[in-house]
Design a protein around this ligand. Structure first.
Ligand SMILES: [Cu+2]
Length: 156
């Protein structure tokens, strides 16, 4: 009886180790699974991940970074994207928490149904106007919503 109890403990311990070790791998695989398609080759690609605490974060935020991101109280990020006139630009828009939105008026880009966590919204356009343009979140997402902006610089 005692012996079988110990065996059960070992089995449970083993299961726990498998779960703890396997979870990050599973999350990574899931993140890759969410990535639907490759952007056109030669395009300038940027990933912007919306955070209701930190604004637009440049780059990918993995699922396992999100918990620490929520605890951090860093400055609001306002990224600057630089491209050259004539470049094809691909934006990969993601959210790390709540539904965000995206608007880049100068290029008539307006994401109407939001950027939801776990989904990637692709925006592709040709940067045919030189100048400095602002993009922002167009879905109210919390305290920093008004500051959730960034800049696109298209060099001539
Ligand atoms: Cu937002």
């Amino acid at each position: 009886m005692r012996n079988s109890g110990k065996k059960l403990d070992l089995v449970l311990l083993f299961l726990l180790i498998v779960i703890v070790a396997g979870l990050p791998l599973g999350i990574q695989a899931y993140d890759r699974f969410l990535e639907p398609s490759k952007p056109p080759s030669g395009a300038k690609e940027f990933t912007l991940t919306g955070s209701a605490q930190r604004g637009w974060l440049l780059g990918e935020v993995q699922a396992y970074d999100i918990v620490s991101l929520r605890q951090e109280n860093g400055p609001v990020e306002q990224p600057v994207l630089e491209v050259s006139k004539g470049d094809q630009v691909v934006l990969k828009l993601r959210s790390s928490d709540v539904t965000h939105g995206f608007s880049l008026k100068a290029y008539d880009i307006y994401i109407a149904d939001g950027i939801k966590p776990g989904k990637t919204v692709f925006v592709s356009f040709k940067a045919d106007k030189a100048g400095t343009f602002f993009f922002y979140c167009n879905v109210f997402c919390g305290d920093i919503h008004q500051h959730m902006t960034g800049t696109l610089v298209v060099k001539d």
